[in-house]
Write a protein that binds this ligand. Structure first.
Ligand code: AMP
Ligand code: MG
Length: 318
């Protein structure tokens, strides 16, 4: 049975004991809850993969306490360094060439060539990282292919039978996963839209952001695989109405009339609020008697790009 921990000193010490014995523990981050394990321990990393049922070819994001720890693991070019300076701690993940002779467990990196690094902003995750002193691999704390958890209760619903503990740090502030970028040949490639929006990244370094992976890396980031973030019900996008048997996920002030189950991501059309609500509200509508969740159009502005990315995958063939 999973133990639900608070955020006090003793609870954090208990989580660190687990990590030191190569166990996994779910931790709050500002994006979604992560399933953390010692990135330098082969048994810990194996436990992450088996708890999630994650395919072995899908590499893990490694969370670091600071830039010094990051530089011991990845080779920073000038642009990546500027991005880390601008956005860390925060929801930006940088894919970098792996430093030679790091102690990182091989399953964490695709073929030992690159490593995905992020310094998270959540104070609880930061305390755990600095007390633990080693990098933590932490994918989202959900069964592989399902929606990411934004509360400790979501973690318990998905992994409660298979992991020893979760620290309850309240609902995740951002609600979608980190933005993943990779610098290659002087260009910034967007591998996954997320918590920090494209234009903000571009503006910080005065560059445009290229969509997709550099040609040499297409298969290295399976987060780009089509079906992902899937509820049990099917998902219908750009809905202007909902039919009987459906549930309606609305956005903005102009909801169509509907007597069935419905909920609004943000009645004020605030995209940040919609991102924070997205996974929790999808779960709320994903009930046994609902065949399809009809989702109103979400503007492709700012974090709307990340919301639409998750919705598109949730709607794609499984
Ligand atoms: P999650 O499992 O939700 O934490 O998502 C992690 C994302 O980062 C996935 O899309 C991974 O494929 C991607 N990722 C992790 N490590 C790498 C890497 N070295 N190169 C490219 N993508 C990576
Ligand atoms: Mg995930």
């Amino acid at each position: 049975m999973i133990r639900i921990l608070g955020t006090g000193e003793q609870d954090i010490a208990y989580a660190i004991d687990l990590l030191n014995s190569a166990q996994v523990v779910a931790l709050p981050t500002e994006t979604v809850y992560g399933l953390a394990g010692d990135a330098t321990s082969v048994p810990a990393v194996s436990r992450i993969f088996s708890a999630k049922g994650r395919p072995g070819h899908n590499p893990l994001i490694v969370h670091v306490a600071d830039i010094t720890m990051a530089q011991s693991l990845g080779l920073f070019d000038d642009i990546s360094l500027a991005l880390a300076a601008a956005f860390w701690p925060g929801p930006l993940t940088l894919v970098l060439p792996l430093q030679p002779n790091t102690p990182i467990a091989p399953q964490v990196t695709p073929g030992g060539r690159t490593i995905a690094l992020r310094q998270p902003a959540h104070p609880v995750f930061q305390s755990v990282l600095s007390a633990f002193g080693r990098p933590l691999a932490a994918p989202s704390a959900n069964p592989s292919g399902m929606m990411s958890p934004t509360t400790a209760a979501h973690v318990c619903a998905g992994l409660g039978e298979v992991i020893p503990a979760v620290i309850d740090g309240g609902p995740a502030r951002i609600g979608v996963e980190s933005t993943v970028v990779q610098v290659s040949n002087g260009k910034i490639y967007l591998l996954r839209p997320g918590g920090i929006v494209r234009d903000v990244i571009g503006a910080a370094v005065g560059m445009d952001i290229v969509s997709g992976a550099p040609a040499s890396e297409i298969l290295a980031s399976p987060g780009q695989l089509q079906s992902h973030y899937a509820p049990r019900a099917s998902v219908r996008l750009n809905a202007t109405h909902a039919d009987a048997g459906e549930a309606l996920l609305a956005f903005g002030p102009n909801e169509p009339a509907f007597t069935g189950p419905k909920i609004n991501l943000s009645p004020d059309a605030d995209l940040g609020q919609a991102a924070a609500n997205l996974f929790a509200m999808m779960r709320q509508l994903d009930q046994a008697d609902i065949k399809t969740i009809a989702v109103m159009p979400i503007p492709m502005i700012g974090i709307g790009e990340a919301i639409n990315d998750r919705l598109k995958r949730a709607a794609s063939e499984r």
